[in-house]
Design a protein around this ligand. Structure first.
Ligand SMILES: Cc1cc2nc3c(=O)[nH]c(=O)nc-3n(C[C@H](O)[C@H](O)[C@H](O)COP(=O)(O)OP(=O)(O)OC[C@H]3O[C@@H](n4cnc5c(N)ncnc54)[C@H](O)[C@@H]3O)c2cc1C
Ligand SMILES: NC(=O)c1ccc[n+]([C@@H]2O[C@H](COP(=O)([O-])OP(=O)(O)OC[C@H]3O[C@@H](n4cnc5c(N)ncnc54)[C@H](O)[C@@H]3O)[C@@H](O)[C@H]2O)c1
Length: 475
């Protein structure tokens, strides 16, 4: 109709959720089209984890270089050439794009891909138009349009930046205020502090990283402060932003007392909202929840029965592995009668700050709400590998159910926290008892060994397998 190509399934957005949704629908034999505003890979590949992790890697290299003297290696003070670092970021995102296995698989599944199509929007519940691409008629639609930084309705907000502006800076700013101490804000603050920027991190809530275990928030804040970063929690309410000769001033107040802070750059990272403004969801009868995310049921069906949604646009756990799982579920359910649901699986997550932090399973506070728990903590200043590497900041905390002896949660601050926590996630997913984990002869001396030691300490507290567990306590 009206020259529109007829498809069984149209997927909007080629981030991780959209790629998996299109691949799955194509694999199941549905005539599938994938339309995306810009490039294949979405925010994840071009503006999120891949480029930000590249900046974080540069920050790590600087840290490592500054440690060389401790190991008898004399070099001059490292100097960062920011434009060259951005070249490296472009090279990495290009390589990831070229080698993305999903591109080939999507093509092999017979999916028609429309890259750089501009914004897609609904004309009616089954018809979509794109700015630069085709008009499509779809039996089923899967919304995978991701999210964008939340804006604050505050005078002068247009003077502020987001993490995305890192890609267009020509040099490292001398000073920076970061507003919002969640995963994005903490990462931006940590990376630019390592690059030599004097950073002040402002968090409205009582602690930075509010979804992490309380001990993790406290330890990361303490490390940030020790490194010279200003960390202001419960700082009050922002009144306005103003331009100054040297940058931007943020005026805020707390308990009736007005204060201000000024920096060359103010970066705001106060959360993520669904990227739905261009979609004209009203024409399709798709409802959003009070936070503005697309409302879905466990089979990822929206309020319109033939339209599904997956990934960040739903506002559930906003991470790449979850986007991929969502994509699989939505692609399966769109291509055939809805039959599978999103599972409530253990979701390891963490961030590449200095120090790194990561979690799998429940925080201690949440675990205590429903379980009688045993908690074992191993500090990084007492374990062999961390001492060898001179990385003695941090800890590994294991939370175990006293009755079942199963692992409920693992929280790590310190070097390689994100990798260490993966092993805990495997143990949690496998339903291992803590003494079983303590018995695994982990390699020595390793960061994962710290987890073995925490498991051994917990087993001793539970008085199980005490003699064998003692072996792991050497790690
Ligand atoms: C700074 C930062 C760091 C992060 N680090 C990590 C990390 O280390 N690990 C991790 O797991 N997660 C991380 N995340 C989160 C992760 O990037 C997201 O959870 C993930 O990208 C979500 O995938 P998605 O497919 O839902 O959406 P996206 O990756 O956002 O893709 C959505 C795509 O849809 C397109 N689109 C939007 N609207 C339209 C339209 N109307 N028409 C056509 N196309 C449209 C967009 O242009 C985009 O290409 C990070 C996020 C940020 C911001
Ligand atoms: N490494 C990673 O895995 C990674 C990195 C970045 C983002 N992400 C994902 O992206 C999503 C968005 O992350 P985010 O950090 O942008 O948002 P977020 O919602 O996780 O954190 C926003 C922070 O800003 C604070 N805040 C809110 N309003 C404020 C205000 N007016 N002034 C000061 N502070 C205010 C909040 O209390 C919170 O701490 C998260 O779900 C996260 O999982 C993941």
């Amino acid at each position: 109709m009206n020259g529109a190509a007829n498809m069984d399934v149209v997927v909007i957005g080629a981030g991780p959720a959209g790629l998996l949704a299109a691949l799955r629908a194509g694999d199941l034999g549905a005539r599938t089209a994938l339309v995306t505003r810009d490039e294949f890979g979405g925010m994840a590949a071009h503006d999120g984890p891949v480029p930000v992790r590249t900046l974080a890697h540069a920050a790590r290299l600087l840290r490592d270089a500054r440690q060389l003297g401790r190991y008898g290696i004399e070099v001059s003070e490292p100097v960062l050439d920011y434009p060259r670092l951005l070249e490296r970021v472009r090279e990495v995102t290009g390589d990831v794009r070229t080698h993305a296995a999903l591109r080939e698989q999507v093509a092999m599944a017979g999916v028609t891909v429309h890259e750089h199509a501009g914004d897609a929007h609904f004309v009616d519940p089954h018809t979509l138009e794109t700015q630069h691409g085709p008009r499509l008629r779809a039996e089923k639609v899967i919304l995978c349009s991701g999210g964008v930084s939340r804006r604050l309705p505050i005078p002068g907000f247009e003077l502020t930046k987001t993490h995305s502006d890192a890609w267009s800076l020509t040099s490292v700013p001398p000073t920076m205020v970061v507003v919002g101490g969640g995963a994005t804000g903490a990462q931006v603050a940590s990376v630019f502090a390592a690059f030599g920027t004097r950073v002040q991190l402002f968090e409205a809530g009582a602690r930075i990283l509010p979804t992490e275990d309380e001990d993790v928030s406290a330890a990361v804040a303490e490390s940030f402060r020790q490194s010279g970063m200003g960390v202001r929690e419960s700082f009050g309410t922002i009144e306005r932003f103003e331009a100054t000769p040297g940058g931007v001033r943020m005026v805020f107040s707390r308990d009736g007392v007005r204060d201000s802070v000024e920096a060359a750059l103010v970066v705001v990272a106060v959360g993520w909202r669904a990227d739905t403004s261009a979609l004209n969801l009203a024409a399709a009868g798709v409802e959003t929840d009070p936070r503005g995310f697309v409302r879905v049921d466990t089979q990822l069906r929206t309020s319109a029965p033939h339209i599904f949604a997956a990934g960040d646009v739903t506002g559930r756990l906003m991470l790449v592995p979850q986007a991929l799982q969502d994509g699989f579920v939505a692609g399966s359910n769109a291509a055939r009668a809805p039959s599978i649901s999103v599972a409530d699986e253990v979701s390891p997550m963490g961030s590449f700050t200095d120090p790194e932090y990561a979690q799998a399973g429940l925080t201690e506070a949440k675990a205590r709400q429903a379980h009688d728990v045993v908690v074992a903590v191993v500090r990084f200043d007492s374990t062999t590998r961390t001492l060898i590497d001179g990385r003695t900041t941090g800890f590994c905390k294991l939370i175990v159910d006293r009755a079942t002896r199963k692992l409920l949660g693992c929280h790590v601050v310190g070097e390689r926290a994100v990798d260490l926590v993966q092993t805990a996630a495997i143990a949690i997913a496998a339903g291992m008892r803590v003494e079983e984990l303590a018995r695994v002869p982990l390699s020595f001396p390793t960061y994962t060994g710290v987890l073995g030691r925490a498991a051994a300490i917990a087993a001793r507290q539970l008085q199980v397998d005490v003699d064998r567990a003692r072996l792991a306590e050497l790690l």
